[in-house]
Design a protein around this ligand. Sequence first.
Ligand SMILES: C[S@@+](CC[C@H](N)C(=O)[O-])C[C@H]1O[C@@H](n2cnc3c(N)ncnc32)[C@H](O)[C@@H]1O
Ligand code: SF4
Ligand code: SF4
Length: 526
Amino acid sequence: MNRYFDMNGTLSLPKMIEIDPVETCNLRCRMCHVSFMPSEKHPVFDVKLVPKLKALRGAYASIGSGFEPLLYNDFDRLMGGFADLGVRMQLITNGTLLNKNKIQILLDCDMDIINFSFDGIRRETFEHIRRGADHAETLRNILDARAQFACRETAFLINTTTMRSNLEESIEILDFWDRYNFDVVRFLPMVVRYPDQELIRESLYPIKEDMKRVFDEAALHLIQGNLRTVMLLPYLYASQVRSRFSENYTGLYVSSNNSTKRKILSLRERFQLGDHPLMRFYDCRAAFTTATILANGDVQLCYKYSIGNLHTDSFEDIWFGEEANRIRHLIISEPEDCAACDCFKFGIAFHKLDADCVENYFTGELSAYVKDVDFRTGLIHAKVTPKPPRLVLSEEGYNIVAYGDKYFGIPHAAGPLEVDKADCSSLPNVIVEGRFATALARVRKVASQARILSKGTSGPPQLVFSDGGYNIVVYDGKYLGIPHHLGPLEVDKTDFSTIPDVVVAEELESVLSHVRKMAKSKVVSG
Ligand SMILES: C[S@@+](CC[C@H](N)C(=O)[O-])C[C@H]1O[C@@H](n2cnc3c(N)ncnc32)[C@H](O)[C@@H]1O
Ligand code: SF4
Ligand code: SF4
């Protein structure tokens, strides 16, 4: 076991974990980060790790807050595993992949909360926002699940991300889900996370007065119509309806006097929001009450700090371990991290989101540019700094790093390189591609060539591969770059020192870089 750190006896096991067993989705909702993710190899959670979470008995697991959990092939084993451990569960899903078997699994697990995401209620709106989903089929799945849980205590929540295209449907949305006995409709504010024209044009900020009117009407409709469903407003704003019916408002929640209503808080509100004796600056307990588990087995605090991996350590060793202790001390000693925390702002303490503050419509990274945003065209009139370089994969002696719109394959032998500062494309052994799949294919190709070469450079001439109009051949301890235009040559019988276009070197990389330079200069000179 690692050294045990429990913050002088104040730290106990977490009350909740969030887990995304896959990091991909079958849909491409317009506002979601998934639509902006490059196609990369995605890790998948190893279901055999579930027993390592036995310390979570009695705690909650929220499954699928960032991606689509029903895509996970081992969904039934994951859910069954948690149920066997005595972990209580919340599922967040788009519902498109639900079927009889999956509904049965949810029934068997006695779910605490099932949270469906459904944006808009009219077919055109829904299918416009939730790209790839079929309106009728998804509704059928969701309503089937609801009906099968009719006699259960399981709470049913709807997330509906509010933006221009579905704002005017708000009352229809409420009425629809109320008709089918959903407990809470959560009107989430659409946060612009990318400098994307279409998303910026969907922002509610320039029409915030319309938004206030729509949600005042919706609140009035809910209260006077005695709806069972409780509504979560997207933003906080002063309103005459709120003043008149103040007893029906709690923060952003609006409920009628219907005696069967159930105001179900999100798990994040329940377990993360609130004071903690060691948190001096922010009313967030996340670092002491919650962990996130990534598909690769990493355990994270505060949605960003990896403190260990379940493949190598037990959950308890990670949670009470040295790295977790270091992160918790970092969080409690300075307010900067919490001040910049979008998870807190939009996911935990959202009851403070002031509708009149333009920064509340953008992620922290983009809020520096709000003064440059043209909401009409969707353009940002400033150069937006790309996100910092991100290590995507280590394979075959290369790190594949994403930065800006490129992928860099950097040999481990090159040592540490600052991709955002160095011009990596000019370094001979660095692979630069626009797509992850192409970068990976090139890394694998170079590695397999290197393997062929290392098997021996003696024996008959061997074609290693072709690149930039050259055949690269290995013979007699040397690598030769032979231009295609020379036609077939008997490598073992030719004196290459007399042929000017042939490149000869002892290192493959020298031949390669020479050949590529020649190919480049040919393209440039036409
Ligand atoms: C990322 S999804 C993951 C779970 C599942 N795939 C689903 O759609 O419910 C979780 C929630 O985030 C919401 N969401 C996605 N992009 C958002 C954005 N830019 N602003 C606010 N909420 C967003 C979705 O509508 C959904 O309710
Ligand atoms: S279904 Fe969920 S994870 Fe998938 S794209 Fe839509 S919001 Fe994102
Ligand atoms: S960094 Fe964010 S999640 Fe962590 S304690 Fe601070 S506000 Fe909470």
